[in-house]
Design a protein around this ligand. Structure first.
Ligand code: DAH
Length: 333
């Protein structure tokens, strides 16, 4: 019987030694849990050793029971400590892996932006939309009717000259101004109307620093009962203030076939008067052409070149730079 007792005692001692060593060297929480089951589980090593207790003398049992408890507690304590250690190591590793060094240089992502012509158009349209205008568009290939005739432009007007207008072989033409959109819009809408029409226009100009055969205009048109030149003046003043700031402006009498009276507007920009747009009260003949009664309705219109605005606002010295797609130039805006 004594052999039995010492047998069990040495088994317990071996078990304890093995277990503590295994726990000390286990690398993961999962492996640790396996060890717990292996040593302390229902069918684990400790239970197996204790299974042998039945064969002991009743007098020896308490002794072995006490040692077994001691071994169990020691293994449990070691398991707990190891668990805590592994858990904090895991957190530590995660923190290191996910650490963000905010002082590291960022990755440069090149960002594009609108072309200066596009941003000038956007800015101008924003002002008019803010005043209640709708944006309208028309075709770049036009008929003589929309580009000239309905706009009260007589057959002998110099603008109709082959020297100035691109005529197409089918008798149509490339619009020389966005004023053609006035007619198209009025034909399809009843007054009161307020529209702003941006777009490309074409002229047979020789290209140089200030001329291009293709450029952009924005046209505005308002028709309602009782509109006067004061309304035109106020609208233009607000628009130019938004674009250039609060600078002196002046209206000079001028002539356009589609407006009566007509004016050209200058802004005092860096010490000199700069012509920026043409405008006027819509000629009654134009209203008649679209079936509006000029006895009831009056209107005002204006048109201006986008390139001109962009060049003045950004101090660009050559119109051709706006079309060259040179990034060294475009990146400046
Ligand atoms: N269409 C004119 C041009 O291209 C600009 C213009 C002047 C438009 C007077 C207008 C206006 O609407 O009333 O030069």
């Amino acid at each position: 019987m004594t052999t039995q007792l010492s047998d069990l005692e040495s088994q317990l001692a071996t078990l304890k030694q093995e277990a503590l060593q295994a726990i000390a060297t286990t690398p993961t929480l999962e492996a640790l849990e396996q060890l717990r089951i292996q040593y302390l589980g229902k069918k684990g090593s400790l239970s197996q050793v204790l299974g042998g207790m039945g064969k002991l003398d009743a007098a020896d049992r308490p002794r072995i029971g006490a040692s077994a408890n001691e071994v169990k507690e020691q293994i449990q304590t070691e398991l707990e400590q190891k668990k805590t250690a592994l858990q904090s190591a895991q957190i530590e590793a995660k923190l290191t892996a996910e650490a963000l060094d905010v002082t590291m240089p960022g990755v440069y992502v090149p960002q594009g932006h609108a072309h200066p012509l596009t941003s000038t158009i956007d800015r101008a349209l924003d002002v008019f939309v803010g005043l209640g205008y709708t944006v309208a568009q028309g075709p770049e290939m036009e008929t003589d009717y929309y580009n000239f005739e309905a706009l009260n432009t007589p057959a002998d007007h110099p603008a109709r000259d082959m020297q100035d207008t691109f005529y197409l072989s089918d008798g149509n033409l490339l619009r020389t101004h966005t004023s053609s959109v006035q007619i198209r819009y009025m034909e399809n809408n009843d007054p009161p109307i307020r529209v702003a029409a941006p777009g490309r226009v074409y002229r047979r100009d020789t290209v140089d620093a200030t001329h291009s055969a293709v450029f952009h205009q924005i046209e505005i048109l308002a028709v309602d009962e009782g509109l006067t030149f004061s309304d035109l003046r106020g609208t233009i003043k607000i628009f130019l203030e938004e674009m250039f700031g609060d600078l002196p402006i002046r209206f000079r009498p001028s002539f356009f076939p589609f407006t009566e009276p007509s004016a050209e507007v200058d802004v005092q920009w860096r010490g000199r008067w700069l012509e920026v747009l043409g405008c006027g009260m819509v000629d009654p003949n134009v209203l008649k052409a679209v079936g509006y009664d000029p006895e009831i309705y009056t209107g005002f219109a204006a048109g201006f070149g986008v390139e001109r605005f962009a060049m003045v606002l950004h101090q660009i010295d050559d119109i051709r730079r706006l079309y060259s797609s040179d990034l060294r130039f475009l990146r400046q805006f």
